[in-house]
Design a protein around this ligand. Structure first.
Ligand code: IPM
Ligand code: MN
Length: 381
């Protein structure tokens, strides 16, 4: 049975980095003999502008939700555009997918593949290998907010940090399970701010209670301010981390910098057993749009995570090994935008995957979409 994916390239550099992720997927399909059917969606800033602009135009049409029901996973590039108010498209697309599909886990691995990519002094690749599990449906992101007396000197603005017992419990249980699966040091760190945000007491209690189901796992709770300090000072002390939505957002950007930059960090928005969404954690970087300068490794890694989610574990491992090998051997010497063309990096990963899978390296393939093998490519306009 073919794997069915929805592709939403989105804004800025999103479409071009997605293209490279799909190129790697095509290479794997060919090498490993499986099929992928994909729907490509045009949504994002341009589509919204073309259909009427902010307030009137279409952000996501209702039809997308029935299309998604038929899929195994979604591959997303990037969302965000300076023509729109900050957060409008982000919440309308990324937020809508996370909330409506109840993707309660945001899985963000932080791993160093080459010592010279790390801005910290004297850290080896084995010193940075942590897995952050960010809660993805609650907290300040739940959208319980408002303004009073907007645009007056007396304006009041609020945004509530919401946590439910069920919401904490399910993501914490998932994190314990992941920590067990990793078989690293069997330590799970809870990152919160229970000393100032007293509501985080719910996280502390739930962490301790769910932890009883996992007696092999050492429980470690820390405040987020301390966490940022330890991530810089002793990243080797981390194994698996579980945290709130907002803190997870922040510490994973820090983590991305430790592994070399946003050009490599990927994330999975997951509801175990259901349609889930995979994306690079970087933004749309409008200034690099269409210049073939963006580094697509984060999108390629997101594709690897997608493959893992749909049960293609060996192919997922191949992607990681290829990316890791290219970085460790300096064949991709830098993660900076512009250091190497976007499509060239995609080609290198495809070739590396072929070599690792025992096939010979070859010249770059014609652009994706031109092959007979794929059963269905529906582009919606
Ligand atoms: C992320 C992004 C989003 C977030 C933005 C685009 C709303 O920064 O996925 O990390 O804050 O979750
Ligand atoms: Mn972020």
């Amino acid at each position: 049975m073919a794997i069915k994916i929805g592709v939403l390239g989105g804004d800025g550099i999103g479409p071009e980095v997605c293209r490279e992720g799909l190129k790697v997927l095509d290479a794997l399909c060919e090498l490993r003999g499986f099929d992928v059917e994909r729907i490509e969606w045009p949504y994002g800033a341009d589509y919204c502008v073309q259909t009427g602009g902010p307030g009137k135009g279409i952000v996501l049409p209702d039809s997308i939700w029935s299309e998604i029901r038929e899929l195994d996973a979604i591959f997303l590039g990037a969302i965000g555009d300076p023509r729109f108010e900050a957060g409008f498209l982000e919440f309308g697309i990324v937020g809508a997918l996370r909330f409506k599909l109840d993707l309660y886990v945001n899985l963000r691995p932080i791993k160093l593949y080459s010592e010279d990519l790390c801005p910290l002094k004297g850290k080896k690749i084995t010193d940075l290998d942590m897995l952050v599990i960010r809660e993805n449906t609650e907290d300040a992101y739940a959208g319980i907010m408002g303004h009073l007396k907007k645009n007056t000197p007396d304006e009041v603005a609020i945004q509530e940090m919401i946590y439910t017992r069920k919401g904490c419990e399910r993501v914490i249980r998932y994190a314990y399970q992941k920590c067990m699966e990793r078989k690293k040091t069997f330590k799970l760190s809870l990152v919160d701010k229970a000393n100032a945000i007293r509501a985080h007491d719910l996280w502390r209690r739930t962490f301790a209670e769910v932890g009883k189901e996992f007696p092999q796992v050492t429980q470690d709770a820390m405040y987020v301010d301390a966490c940022t300090m330890w991530m810089v000072k002793n990243p080797e002390s981390f194994d698996t981390v579980v945290t709130t939505n907002l803190f997870g957002d922040i510490i994973t950007d820090l983590g991305a910098m430790l592994q070399g930059g946003l050009g490599i960090a990927a994330g999975g928005n997951i509801h175990p057993g259901r349609v889930s969404m995979f994306e690079p954690i970087h933004g749309s970087a409008p200034k690099y749009k269409g210049q073939n300068k963006a580094n697509p490794l984060a999108a390629i890694n997101a594709m690897g995570m997608l493959l893992d989610h749909v049960g293609r574990h060996e192919e997922a491992a191949l992607v990681e090994k290829a990316v890791g090998g290219l970085l460790a051997s300096h064949r991709i010497p830098s993660l900076q935008a512009g250091a190497m063309p976007c499509d060239r990096i995609g080609d290198l990963v495809c070739n590396e995957v072929r070599v690792l899978a025992g096939d010979k390296p070859r010249k770059p393939k014609p652009p994706s979409g031109s092959k007979k093998k794929r059963k269905m490519t529906v582009a919606r306009r």
